[in-house]
Ligand binder design. Structure first.
Ligand code: ADP
Ligand code: MG
Ligand code: ZN
Length: 476
């Protein structure tokens, strides 16, 4: 029997507010343990939480960006459980009345088509602290700096059908959060985390199978490998005549497998009830409108605009709009040199390649958009060839010098003087009578050989159009 995977993701994202959700402690990552704390986030008796309005606005931003309906009167609930990093004995979260519901986003699949993925709900909650297990001693330490950092949880419908789709969904969610400026989406620092729910069912059937939940996946790679592993595991269980049990599993990235952590907890285990310390949040049209107005152009819209305005292929538009900073860089360049496809090729091929090998992001690119535009202008005005430009680019990265200075210092200016190039062309033709024969006998590929020879003789400085033109004339 053929099985189809069914996947739903729960994404937790910290919000980039300056202060915590219910007190004025700093949300700064790091810091000496237990220095960003106060009686409220330490859960001392008698303290009262005061809601940070920016958290609500950030959650509304995400809700509107994902086409959710905002709950006009939403409220906080206590989710009761004990954990050493949760000093109150309960987490303030939302339950029956989350801030937003019934949204969707579109993801782009490998074949370039898009698929709509439903968003079940978005709710606000507080983060817990962090346990640090001392490898040298049989003790665990607890750091409450993270306690009370604002989070939104974004729950998807079980609309995803493969590990790749789950990866694409997660990337799109992260991209939207970053465009909105409400989260840094940093998986390494744990400010963006994901639980994946996975089940399988016979292809063509409607009812869902029993799901396993993979907890706290903290890299895109782990999300995809843990889901792929889980699909395989469940297929094997069923092939063996067994049944998938509902449980929570943990991914072991060193062993590339997941292990059962515990049986699945149910909502009623948490004894949710409305938090009596916090009044309901009432959101009116005016507030929604003002947040709506503050939204930037989002990745999907920007991608569509890149396709129509700059006539870029879908793939280019997709890559260039993944991050707001990258799209800005591209548009800065295009403003200075009006040749979008040329800019796109250089940004996607050369620049992103370089950033990847250097482990950098576009924000700390060693070549600014102005410098890249200057380099491309040199190509466009035939001062240098595209090939020489690659050498200049490498030098720009190394020395930080401007392309013009490099071209001057190294004498890389392109030769466009026809008679000078003609002399070399004649020389190359004279030196290779055998190849001339082959070309005349119909082997068109030989042209490349001649161009290569002329370029070698001129150290890559001959204008390629002129070289081609002259060779064609002379070999006719
Ligand atoms: P819980 O907190 O109990 O995990 P949530 O409602 O927060 O419940 O999240 C449930 C997640 O699991 C959602 O993303 C949903 O799409 C997904 N899900 C529900 N049923 C299944 C299923 N049978 N197979 C895969 N995913 C599922
Ligand atoms: Mg869950
Ligand atoms: Zn505090």
């Amino acid at each position: 029997m053929e099985f189809e995977p069914v996947i739903g993701l729960e994404v937790h994202s910290q919000l980039k507010t300056n202060t915590k959700i219910f007190c004025s402690c700093s949300t700064q990552f790091g810091g000496d343990p237990n220095t960003h704390v106060c009686p409220v986030c330490l859960g001392m008796p008698g303290v009262l939480p005061v809601l940070n309005k920016t958290v609500v606005e950030y959650a509304m931003r995400m809700a509107l960006a994902t086409h959710c309906t905002i709950t006009r009167q939403n409220r906080f609930a206590r989710k009761n459980y004990f954990y050493p990093d949760l000093p109150k004995g309960y987490q303030i979260s939302q339950y029956e009345f989350p801030i937003a519901e019934h949204g969707h986003i579109n993801i782009t699949l490998e074949d370039g088509t898009t698929k709509r993925i439903g968003i079940t709900r978005i709710h606000m909650e507080e983060d817990a602290g962090k346990l640090i297990h001392d490898p040298g001693r049989p003790v665990s330490l607890v750091d409450y700096n993270r306690t009370g950092t604002p989070l939104i949880e974004i729950v998807s419908e079980p609309d995803l059908r493969s590990a790749e789709e789950a990866g694409a969904y997660l990337r799109q969610i992260r991209s939207i959060l970053r465009y909105l400026g409400i989260s840094d989406g940093n998986m390494e620092e744990g400010s963006f985390r994901c639980d994946a729910n996975v089940s399988i069912r016979p292809r063509g059937t409607e009812t869902f199978g029993t799901r396993a939940e993979l907890k706290n996946l903290n890299s895109f790679k782990y999300v995809e490998s843990a889901i792929a592993y889980e699909i395989k595991r469940q297929k094997a269980v069923i092939a063996d005549g067994g049944k998938v049990v509902q449980e929570t599993r943990l991914w072991d990235s060193a062993k590339n497998r997941s292990n059962s952590m515990r049986g699945k907890e149910e909502a009623h285990d948490y004894r949710y009830f409305p938090d009596p310390d916090l009044v309901p949040i009432v959101i009116d049209d005016e507030w929604i409108e003002s947040v709506q107005k503050s939204l930037p152009e989002l990745p999907e819209a920007r991608k569509e605009r890149f396709i129509s305005e700059y006539e870029l292929p879908v793939y280019d538009a997709e890559v260039l709009t993944t991050a707001r900073e990258l799209a800005d860089y591209f548009e800065d360049c295009v403003r200075q040199i009006n040749n979008p496809k040329m800019v796109s090729n250089w940004v996607m091929g050369t620049l992103l390649g370089l950033l990847k090998t250097e482990g950098k992001t576009i924000e700390d690119s060693p070549v600014s958009s102005a410098q890249l535009a200057e380099l491309l202008t040199l190509i466009k005005t035939s001062v240098i060839s595209g090939k020489i430009a690659k050498t200049v680019f490498e030098e720009m990265v190394k020395s930080g010098k401007s392309p013009k200075v490099i071209v001057e210092e190294k004498g890389l200016v392109q030769v466009t003087d026809e008679s000078a190039i003609e002399a070399v062309v004649d020389q190359v033709i004279a030196a290779n009578p055998g190849e001339v024969e082959k070309f005349k006998a119909g082997n068109a590929k030989i042209m490349g050989f001649f161009v290569g020879q002329v370029m070698r003789e001129t150290k890559g400085k001959a204008n390629p159009q002129i070289v081609n033109k002259l060779l064609k004339e002379k070999l006719k």
